[in-house]
Design a protein around this ligand. Structure first.
Ligand code: TGC
Ligand code: FAD
Length: 387
């Protein structure tokens, strides 16, 4: 029996029935709703907000959180499959879901009070309240410990000053999870759109993640009530704990981009006749295609095992770093190689390879650059901190 070229090790057979159903549902959404419009959205530099209600009704926002907050209560592997199928469409759609789920709903759930959970999570699951996550600052995102944004206690309120840079969903968001230095260490605050002194400015002229909103956030004496402080975490481990959740999903997402690019390269190279035979009949093309399948297979197995560890409560941040590094590197290399196999046709948005390759330039940078993750693994091996 012929093997599935996008799943040579039949990783799907390791999934439960529920996990397969989740994957199929999101795959259908990507095929029917994302792929027909995404090239144009990328060209126009537009995030398709019209998809938000459907994304929400499929249960993709905060999908791992409990049902009592209006969420789907799915396991980590299902969340990974959601990321994979969305990113097969575009990294911008997966980014939207990652930020809402892992970087905004998760900290409210994990670090917030019951009142805060009830106040925000059900509306966020319905897609009626959109969040963004402000950690990175203009002077250097890799080193968030050097945070300049600060919050000063003033009576019953906090007064925030500072700026955040490169914030996904910034101009779409109704609330921002903002991390700020205080006299008592780094703390998280829920800043609401419209609070005086809070402004978001969209970053234009991007060549990557064009179907995603990216913004700078500014805080000029923004008065935030104590009720909007997330009380159950202090220190850098607060935002880093959210990053572990989001990075986990990002290990799966680029598998989707890579599968889309392999699919396109396979189809194109079988149809394109050069020197009297299909490009796919040449040894050079087959080496490239085989290498793509090899790397996708390894990435699928890494993410599935990572997901099983997460569901068993045994996943370690270093394991996430290794997977994020490996899988994004795998996908960006495959996207570039696929673009090459398409020749000149590969430079237009009618084909997906260049769009994925350009998007992955952001994915390899955000949520910890490739270098940051390599150094995390190096520190684990040697016991020496090289940052
Ligand atoms: P260190 O000072 O040693 O540790 C501080 C505390 O944090 C704990 N910790 C973690 N907790 C959970 N998850 C992790 N991954 C953690 N890493 C560390 C640690 O145990 C400690 O706790 P405690 O109790 O002892 O205080 O910090 P470090 O030396 O490990 O960190 C250095 C470094 C470089 C790894 C870290 O600063 C880092 O990861 N930098 C990269 C920053 C980054 O990734 N920013 C991403 C911004 S958000 C984003 O990009 C969203 S894009 C989303 C999209 O569109 O999809
Ligand atoms: P820098 O930290 O200045 O890094 C510059 C270079 O130095 C990199 O190559 C890096 O690998 C290298 N480097 C860093 N440390 C070392 C070292 N010790 N040794 C050797 N080399 C090193 N942030 C948010 O908070 N929220 C968001 O929603 C968000 N969304 C984003 C969306 C997009 C499209 C992009 C591009 C970024 C987003 N980010 C977000 C920011 C992202 O997390 C940062 O860009 C990333 O953490 C890197 O920070 P930086 O851009 O300041 O680069």
């Amino acid at each position: 029996m012929a093997l599935n070229p996008y799943d040579l090790y039949d990783v799907r057979s390791l999934l439960t029935e529920e996990e397969r159903a989740v994957q199929d549902t999101v795959a259908r959404f990507t095929d029917e709703r994302v792929l027909p419009i995404i090239g144009e959205c990328f060209e126009q530099g537009r995030f398709p907000t019209e998809l938000i209600p459907e994304i929400a009704s499929l249960g993709l926002l905060g999908s791992s959180l409990p049902e009592q907050y209006g969420c789907a209560g799915l396991n980590a592997v299902s969340y990974g499959l959601i990321c994979q199928e969305l990113e097969r469409g575009d990294s911008g759609i997966r980014s939207f879901v990652s930020v809402q789920s892992s970087l905004c709903m998760y900290p409210i759930y994990a670090y917030g009070t019951e009142e805060q959970r009830q106040r925000w999570l059900p509306g966020m699951a319905r897609g009626e309240i959109i969040g963004c996550f402000g950690l990175t600052e203009p002077h250097g995102g890799s080193d968030p410990a050097n945070m300049k944004t600060h919050a000063r206690r003033d009576g019953g309120d906090w007064v925030l000053n500072g700026a955040k840079m490169w914030i996904t969903n910034g101009n779409l968001a109704d609330i921002a999870i903002v991390w700020a230095q205080t006299d008592d260490g780094i703390q998280g605050f829920v800043v609401e759109k419209g609070m005086p002194g809070f402004a978001a400015q969209e970053i234009k002229h991007k060549m990557s993640l064009r179907a995603s909103v990216t913004s700078a956030l500014y805080f000029d004496n923004v008065r935030v009530p104590e009720a909007n402080r997330l009380p159950n975490v202090k220190g850098l481990k607060g935002p880093l704990g959210c990053l572990t959740q989001a990075r986990y999903g990002i290990t799966w997402g680029p598998i989707g981009s890579a599968i889309a690019c392999l699919d396109e390269a396979l189809r194109y190279s079988k149809e394109r006749i050069l020197f009297g035979r299909p490009v796919a009949a040449t040894q050079a093309a087959q080496l490239k295609l085989a290498d793509m399948a090899r790397r996708i297979t390894a990435a699928q197995l890494i993410s599935l095992q990572l997901g099983r560890l997460k569901d068993a409560g045994r996943m370690q941040p270093t394991q996430v770093s290794l997977a994020k590094w490996n899988n994004v590197r795998m996908a960006i290399d495959i996207a570039r190689e696929s673009r090459d196999l398409l020749g000149g046709a590969g430079i237009t948005v009618e084909h997906c390879a260049i769009r994925h390759a350009l998007n992955l330039e952001s994915v390899i940078t955000y949520e910890g650059t490739e270098t940051v993750h390599q150094l995390v693994v190096g520190r684990e091996l040697t016991g020496i901190n090289a940052f």
